[in-house]
Ligand binder design. Structure first.
Ligand SMILES: [Zn+2]
Length: 149
């Protein structure tokens, strides 16, 4: 059974139970539902008031990449710490990441930890070649909010 709040042409609101939405449509169509106040069969579902639910809090625009300034202070510290660690211990190679990762893997370049940008296709190719790569969250990228030089 479904309970609908109905409204007649004279703006009387009343509630009525129906076995299903289909039954409701049918009974309305056949004129079987009358307003209990003025007996008119010209009734329809009332527009439900929007105050039943509180508006849900706004989600961050991009949950995977929120602005660090909007995060709690302890989380900001943690992220800043990670960014500094990455900036210090990893060599930034920019969009040469795939080439450089490959060069290191095959011993053509000095072995070191690097980070940079790679397309999902490039990342997949590296993984297929057995080269270990891991995505870093955009927010942990120390090059975020900075010049890429
Ligand atoms: Zn009525």
């Amino acid at each position: 059974m479904i309970k609908f709040t109905l409204k007649c042409v004279k703006e009387h609101n009343f509630e009525a139970w129906f076995p299903s939405n289909e039954a409701y449509e049918k009974q309305i169509f056949m004129g079987l539902v009358a307003c209990p106040i003025c007996q008119t069969v010209e009734v329809q579902k009332a527009i439900m008031a929007p105050n039943i639910k509180k508006p849900s809090p706004k989600m961050p625009q991009n949950i995977a990449n929120p602005e660090i300034e909007n995060l709690p202070e302890n989380l900001q510290k943690l992220i800043t710490g990670y960014r500094e660690k990455i900036a210090k211990e990893y060599d930034y190679v920019g969009d040469k990441f795939a080439d450089e990762a490959r060069a290191i893997h095959y011993g053509e370049s000095e072995e070191r930890a690097i980070f940079g940008e790679a397309t999902p296709k490039q990342a997949n190719e590296l993984i297929e070649e057995g080269i270990e790569v891991a995505p870093i969250l955009p927010i942990l990228n120390p090059k975020k909010d900075k010049d890429l030089n």
